[in-house]
Design a protein around this ligand. Sequence first.
Ligand code: ATP
Ligand code: MG
Length: 520
Amino acid sequence: MKLNLNNKFTTQLPSDPNLENSRRQVTEACFSFVTPKKTSNPELVHVSQDMLHALGFTQEDAATQEFLEVVTGNKVLETTTPYAMCYAGHQFGNWAGQLGDGRAINLFEVTHDDKNWVVQLKGAGETPYSRSADGLAVLRSSIREYLCSEAMYHLGVPTTRALSLALTGDRVLRDVMYNGNPEYEKGAIVSRVSPSFLRFGSYEIFAARQDHKNLKVLVDFTIREHFPHLGAPSRETYIQFFAEVCARTLEMIIHWQRVGFVHGVMNTDNMSILGLTIDYGPYGWLEGFEYGWTPNTTDNQHKRYRYGNQPNIGLWNLYQLANALYPLIEDAKAMETILETYTTNFEIQSFAMMRGKLGLQSDNASDVTLIQALEDALQLTETDMTIFFRKLSGFKPDQPSEGLLLVTDAFYELTQVSDKIRAQWNAWFERYAERLLAESVSNSERAEHMNTVNPKYVLRNYMAQLAIDAADKGDYKLIDELFQMLKKPYDEQPQYERWFAKRPEWARDKVGCSMLSCSS
Ligand SMILES: Nc1ncnc2c1ncn2[C@@H]1O[C@H](COP(=O)(O)OP(=O)(O)OP(=O)(O)O)[C@@H](O)[C@H]1O
Ligand SMILES: [Mg+2]
């Protein structure tokens, strides 16, 4: 394996001098050196060819014993120094203090094709940040992370990536629903890849400890390595940096709203400073369009991280980041203005995103109410978001009365589509038809455009669960099938038509399909 290895993070930032792998508070350091745990019988389940090439591995590399050993933590490459990052966070709205990589271990950095990547194992064993947990990950959550991060990339959503999925051969004890019934599950490791895994919490920890010296060191490093266009560090640069993080965070969340992705645990330790989707835990995909939906059973009571609340939570998290960066900026007014811009831009970008989903290109003052009326109609009865928007591209403005029939597949219970609901939908389609008359593009051009923003295939919750159930029995074909299909989510791909379907009834209340806990 010939990789262009790098260790910028560990060579430019302060490290924890304690080399013991014992659980502790770590101060004045961005990370602790740690060695991944040896796994007993590692087995590669899947490798992302895209990421293999992006990092400069060859096809042959992926087939070697060495590759398997590296991506399961059994071998540490020469000149590399694995480490766990120190960070804090606000969890479910409360300050949680030091968290850190309790089961993620960064292996090394690679520069390839002018891009710098960090390769990190998730589930590679204990670190100084493991607190009361075991440092491991199970197969089900690893499959979910592996498939979804690559699927999100191909949907055009900013995200961390995945290189490989492997079994460790070790058993891991988990109480899936936190109801006192722990069971052994297969252990697994995903090797994840990102230009950086720095989180809002990486900055919050220094601010909370009033360690402004190291806060500055980390912010300067971040700007130098990841925001170099902002120029040399200065108060003004820090303001620009904060503004850009806000803009990137908003952009990411608008994409989530567009494709119907619900992250599930938007704690500040799960917010990437680069505006990438990070930590595919109890996430879920909207099936029925519903602003109040969350997949995370741990959040069932308050539904803080529900679909419709994600933009607000993004802002709440940015307020925490603002507080953390404040000591370097000391200009509350400038920061408040940036945070206010988030709200204004959210309105603008969310509106533009919805107009795109409806195929509207020309400006029209009535679009706000047209979209509002659609969102209301979508929530009258359980209506599949993906199917609805995909089918909508076939709408013919000269046949508004055909609209309802066109999207019929999107309704979960046809018997629940009452006359009153039908009338509301028909009225909406009449309005939409009239609105489309003001557009100059042809029906087919509009459809083509809509099909680039309304995916046909997403990783429905039950699909991942089917892949998990099969993989538990040693059959990985479905993982590969979904992986391949999700590389082209906007293409028709008639060979995969069976995945363009509503969630089957058996999956409605099944653990892993509509109910996910943080146990992973
Ligand atoms: N099995 C585990 N062993 C040790 N620490 C864990 C374990 N699971 C979670 N943690 C730690 O608990 C905190 C919150 O967990 P959370 O579920 O957000 O993250 P995660 O899924 O482990 O990882 P990441 O955010 O890196 O994707 C993090 O500090 C995480 O490292
Ligand atoms: Mg996390």
